[in-house]
Design a protein around this ligand. Structure first.
Ligand code: GLU
Length: 493
């Protein structure tokens, strides 16, 4: 184990979304690359908004993505005493002070400052209260927050960001910020730093939306006499309208769970997320876990924001086409047994699973998955577009129905005739069925395509798919004969 210690500290106030998962992935990759430690810390200090369901969802999501952690989950609320103690230390050291200004006073001052076009930040009224003054106010029961005393320095505060380079901010622009509320509860800015110090975090890899926090936190590290971690701020994820992706404004299409439910492969999502904000510097698009762990680097994280190109409401391209393409790639390249294992729960969920698929029909099951997967986008397609392979109860898509069936009413005779001939085959396989089909088309003086397309439509309900004669072999003689024997009902409506 090296000295690298990183953390993923979600606030459990909603589901794990694309942006959060990407942050977790980058931390995971960095930890694994350096044989370091990844700490999972649940930042549950917002008691009103934190929920157990969210904690479970985040942990579930990380597990599904295969992003394992080495320490934790730690819970921030369990360390509230540490956070308060740190604030007390800062008070004693003169790096923080009690502020008795009421909410109304602050609001009034703010409005006045804005009206006079002055800086609306805290004006420092309570910065230099005497000990006696403080004692009197406390004796009167006046409530106080604790504010951090930003040093009166000229010039700028700076830190070197691994992604963005040197970040500077004028001291004069940083107002004295609250670190403990009047009810004694420490605020995120402080708790987060105290926990990072205690957890000996060496690298803070998080979204650029935290940069205003970082400048203030740099001051907290200094005041708490702790070494500064390395900061790496990763770009935000925006939608195509350049709005920041959030649970609140985008709903489920940005939730990791959404992709899981739709049959995406966890590593395909990770591969996509890796490229959403990080540039390998080559044309390579697909990375195995090992390759990505080797290749990933903070220095190649993009500075500019990333665009997650999904289109809510669009049935077909409900998500980023690149994510779909990556998923298809992994789906086509999954090794046979692994594919079988991943499809099983999808079939179970759809009521299409049979115990024999794990047993005497294992070979048939796996061969069929390999046969039909080429046009599929997600695992769920095995239960939808692929339903006819596992059940007689499937529907026929309107397009092939119109094009391949309704256009040729003679099929009500041709297909049952074909079925009768298929029934007589002693060896029913892709070669014998093909020969038979072509022979019959020649007899009827029609293009074999008419019979082939009609069979595909009736037998699979789909417009396109694998080689028709391989499909016949997979479905088997009984099923094929049964399904082709009567097709009149297809003309019924
Ligand atoms: N709890 C914070 C969040 O979820 C953590 C930010 C950080 O990485 O420090 O945004």
């Amino acid at each position: 184990m090296s000295e690298v210690r990183v953390r993923f500290p979600p606030s459990p106030t909603g589901y794990l979304h694309i942006g959060g998962a990407r942050t977790a992935l980058y931390n995971w990759l960095f930890a694994r690359q350096h044989r370091g430690t990844l700490v999972l810390r649940i930042e549950d200090t917002d008691e009103e908004r934190s929920t157990q369901a969210s904690i479970d969802g985040i942990i579930d999501g990380l597990n599904w993505l295969g992003l394992d952690w080495d320490e934790g989950p730690y819970f921030q609320t369990e360390h509230a005493a540490d956070h308060v103690a740190a604030a007390e230390r800062l008070l004693v050291a003169g790096r923080a002070y009690k502020c008795f200004c009421t909410r109304e006073e602050l609001e009034q001052k703010r409005e006045q400052a804005l009206a006079e076009k002055r800086d609306p930040g805290y004006d420092g009224s309570c910065r230099n209260l005497s000990a006696a003054d403080i004692a009197t106010r406390e004796a009167q029961g006046q409530a106080a927050v604790i504010r951090f005393k930003v040093p009166e320095r000229s010039g700028t505060l700076f830190y070197d960001d691994e992604v963005l380079g040197r970040i500077e901010r004028a001291y004069s622009e940083i107002e004295d910020f609250v670190i403990v509320r009047s009810n004694g509860k420490p605020l995120y800015l402080l708790s987060n730093v105290v926990d990072d110090i205690r957890d000996r975090i060496t690298h803070v890899i998080r979204g650029q939306d935290h940069m205003t926090n970082t400048t203030r936190q740099v001051l907290l590290y200094e005041a708490l006499e702790a070494p500064l971690p390395v900061f790496a701020h990763i770009p935000l994820t925006l939608d195509i309208q350049k709005r920041k992706i959030s649970k609140r404004s985008h709903g489920e299409v940005v939730a990791v769970q959404f992709y899981r439910e739709r049959g995406f492969l966890p590593w395909a999502l990770c591969n996509f997320l890796a490229l959403l904000g990080w540039n390998p510097g080559t044309e390579q698009e697909f990375f195995s876990r090992e390759e990505l762990t080797k290749t990933f680097s903070l220095a190649r994280i993009n500075r500019a924001n990333s665009v997650f190109n999904f289109r809510p409401g669009d049935e077909k391209f409900f998500t980023d086409p690149k994510l779909i393409a990556i998923n298809e790639h992994y789906l086509r390249n999954l090794e046979r047994e692994e594919l079988g294992t991943l499809v099983q729960p999808v079939l179970e969920q759809a009521g299409l699973w049979q115990p024999a698929y794990a047993d005497e029909r294992r070979n048939w099951y796996l061969d069929t998955l390999l046969l039909i997967r080429d046009r599929f986008h997600t695992l769920n397609d095995f239960a939808t577009a692929g339903r006819a392979y596992f059940s007689d109860n499937y529907s026929i898509d309107p397009k092939p129905l119109a094009r391949n069936i309704l256009k040729h009413p003679q099929l009500t005779e041709w297909l049952p005739e074909l079925a009768a001939r298929f029934a007589k085959l002693t060896d029913f396989n892709s070669e014998t069925t093909e020969a038979l089909c072509r022979e019959m088309a020649a007899e009827l003086d029609i293009k074999p395509g008419i019979l082939i397309n009609a069979m595909r439509t009736v037998l699979t309900g789909q417009l396109a798919g694998a080689s028709m004669f391989d499909i016949l072999a997979s479905l088997g003689q009984d099923t094929v004969v049964r399904r082709l024997s009567t097709v009149e009902h297809l003309y019924a409506s």
